[in-house]
Design a protein around this ligand. Sequence first.
Ligand SMILES: *Cc1c(COP(=O)(O)O)cnc(C)c1O
Length: 388
Amino acid sequence: MTVWDFGSRLDALAADHRLRVRRTVSSPQRPHLTVDGRELLSFASNDYLGLAAHPEIVQAAQAGAERFGVGSGAAHFLSGHSTAHAQLEAALCEYSQCESALLFSTGYLANLALLTALADRETLICADKLNHACLNDGARLSRAEFRRYAHGDIAHLRSLLDASDAKRKLIATDAVFSMDGDVAPLAEMLALAERHDALLVVDDAHGFGVLGPEGRGTLAELGLRSPRIVVMATLGKAVGTAGAFVAARRDIADWIMQTAPCYLFTTAAPPMIAQATLKALDLVREGDALRRALRENIAHFRQGAAPVATARGWWLGHGVTAIQPLVIGDNATALRVSDALLRRGIWAPVIRPPTVPAGTARLRVSLSAAHTFDDIDRLLAALREVPA
Ligand SMILES: *Cc1c(COP(=O)(O)O)cnc(C)c1O
């Protein structure tokens, strides 16, 4: 049985300071959490607008459960597609200003579905090195030729596209990178996509709801629209509920719906979640005050964190989104800092390889409109003091 000895493999992960720890939260999602029976000030969620436990969304979920029950009972092509799903797809379609929107129960599944449907052995997929894991998995599952370019490196991307004579070419990128918080050069990428008749797949998990007029996302922020853009956005982050959707040209969305196993053969998300998300989408659309509060929190954090990073020899990411990485370096030091913060009642999660490149272990500080300046000042004071 020695080849199946996972105990010693887990021991090796632990020796490398790579074992992950699950903490159990017993309060609703918010900045002040009860975690394993203790109050913690959290910078560990993607609930950027503070909507995850909003009373109106909770009420909509309750009304949805009253009306539809809990389980959807089946996949969308059997009996699982409810009026709540249909209404939400129509609302998302209008909101993202695309011809079609297709719901999924998670973003991970949505990316697997869209890449396996749109790419095949005759396709070249060019992907940013720092893309989210599910874009990479989708690319591998599609059996396309899968090439990765250096992070944000347009010249490298251009050379991959130029060098290929694949029948179809597809570029895949995070819009806001999930561990660095910076924004992809989407305008240049779209120009390259046009030159090569390629599709541009944009994962806007961290921009949707936060960036752009009415929170319509990173593409709206940059004023980019094109029939060759396929956008995936999640509903479990800024929107505060769960699930994801793909918005695209009608033929593209229909092709994914008709052919992706990850769409066809999985149970539809509970209709009560779709009902809750419809309400959440209204709050996101009217959420300019929340977006302003978030932007002010980000600016306040960055202003305080820049001198701390310099003094301590850490590197503060240059992105101005809600994801603010403090890159510390080796795993053991990053863990010590994170543990010292925890002892002070502050939860800023440590992210290690292989999630990020070796030698760039970091605290991933994630800010929300629900944080106060006092919350952020407490984090900054602790960052100044903790032993490294
Ligand atoms: C969170 C995330 C996903 C996955 O979305 P889920 O709904 O959590 O499965 C996909 N892409 C990016 C960039 C993400 O950050």
